[in-house]
Ligand binder design. Structure first.
Ligand code: SF4
Length: 390
């Protein structure tokens, strides 16, 4: 592969997958393996190789960098610094580190202040110890509170907390309890997740104890109403933020921006704008976008980089795929989908093309000349609506 043909395509969003956990949680399908210092050092070495191979090809000027996982808080501050130093961060506004409460010791929180991390996403999930146990989390509720207080003490002023709902045998009171605890902490951002279980995770054995859809919908609207009353903006189906604290990184996905993903299992989304990878007929084709997925197999990932290759597993998105994704992601935002932007991108009139779907869901959609949005009562059944556009 040629590597000396940097394009003028600027890539502003960077995701780094840190593929280690201390122990697998019982509901989790994200890619991660057991942590060891040795594996972590090797990971950083290869990650830097990967970043530098991309840098020879793409002009990377991150507005956001997101360390996700896995458990990025297993990295040392020195490793985090080394990774960040590979990028030109002159224009970087947001660098997020996903953290597990068990890793937030006084020492780690203090060291973190020596890095450029300016946003923390803390995996709380629940404030009931019985639920944390079912989820296989390593921490108890008090450890979340302590971790949060430590981060605040070290002046982290942009903290997001995660909450999972729809757990086996969960009651409305259980959801309300965790939610009240989160609100008391006054984070800037809250991400909520409805539990969804793949067949191969241990918690799948309790799938018959998961509350019925109507109950889970009740939980969802309880969360939404309480957070809105606590002055959070519901800016995306699953995300809430105090004004000005939306996740800029996640907005890149919903706003159809290109991004690069580094690390095993990471994926990226790009214009096929390169001499070495473009189709010879690209200029005559509209299907020029790609998604690439890095291998989850460390050996394959290392081999690819030893051979100076990147983006081995690519999927070309044709115009139709792109359009569907654009609709699905755009409608997740409370701001909705911008019709003019849609028409400019896809050279088609949205309201004419999707007339039947718009008619079918007329009472669940809000349409004016400029935007189309889901009404709040449609949020919980959004997937049903999205599938009609597919
Ligand atoms: S810590 Fe996070 S990534 Fe790791 S197993 Fe638990 S949920 Fe999954």
């Amino acid at each position: 592969m040629e590597t000396n043909t940097q394009t003028d395509q600027v890539t502003n969003y960077v995701y780094i997958h840190v593929p280690f956990c201390l122990r697998k949680c019982s509901y989790c399908s994200f890619f991660s393996v057991n942590f060891s210092q040795e594996a972590s050092s090797r990971f950083v070495k290869y990650l830097i190789k990967e970043i530098n191979l991309f840098k020879q090809k793409y002009n990377i000027k991150p507005k956001t960098i997101y360390f996700g996982g896995g458990t990025p808080s297993l990295l040392t501050a020195a490793q985090i610094n080394l990774i960040i130093s590979q990028f030109d961060i002159a224009e970087t506004e947001e660098i997020t580190l996903e953290c597990n409460p068990v890793n937030i010791t006084n020492e780690f929180a203090k060291e973190l202040t020596l890095t450029q991390i300016n946003r923390i996403s803390l995996g709380a999930q629940s404030f009931l110890d019985k639920e944390l146990k079912v989820l296989g989390r390593l921490h108890k509720a008090d450890e979340i509170r302590n971790a949060y207080k430590l981060l605040r003490a070290y002046r982290y002023n942009n903290i997001s907390l995660d909450l999972i709902y729809g757990l086996p045998n969960q009651t409305k009171e259980d959801v309300e309890f965790s939610l009240d605890e989160i609100i008391k902490l006054e984070p800037e951002h809250i991400s909520t997740y409805c539990l969804s279980l793949e067949k191969d995770v241990p918690l799948f054995s309790k799938i018959d104890q998961i509350p019925a859809d109507e109950k889970v919908a009740e939980f969802y609207y309880l969360i939404r109403n309480k957070l809105i009353s606590a002055e959070f903006e519901h800016y995306e189906i699953s995300n809430f933020a105090k004004s000005g604290f939306e996740s800029n990184h996640n907005l890149c996905y919903w706003n159809d921006k290109y991004y690069l993903g580094f690390g095993p299992s990471a994926s990226g989304y790009l214009d096929f704008n390169s001499k070495t990878v473009c189709h010879p007929e690209r200029s005559r084709r509209r299907d020029h976008l790609i998604r690439y997925n890095n291998s989850v197999n460390f050996e394959i990932y290392h081999k690819m980089l030893d051979e100076k290759k990147i983006m081995i597993d690519k999927i070309i998105l044709n115009n139709d795929d792109h359009e569907k994704e654009y609709i699905f992601l755009g409608l997740r935002k409370a701001a909705g989908l911008n019709l003019e932007e849609f028409e400019n991108k896809f050279k088609t009139d949205f309201t004419k093309k999707y007339d039947k779907v718009l008619h079918k869901f007329n009472n669940l959609l809000e349409i004016n000349e400029r935007t189309i949005k889901l009404k709040s009562e449609a949020y919980f059944i959004s997937n049903e609506i999205f599938s009609e556009f597919m």
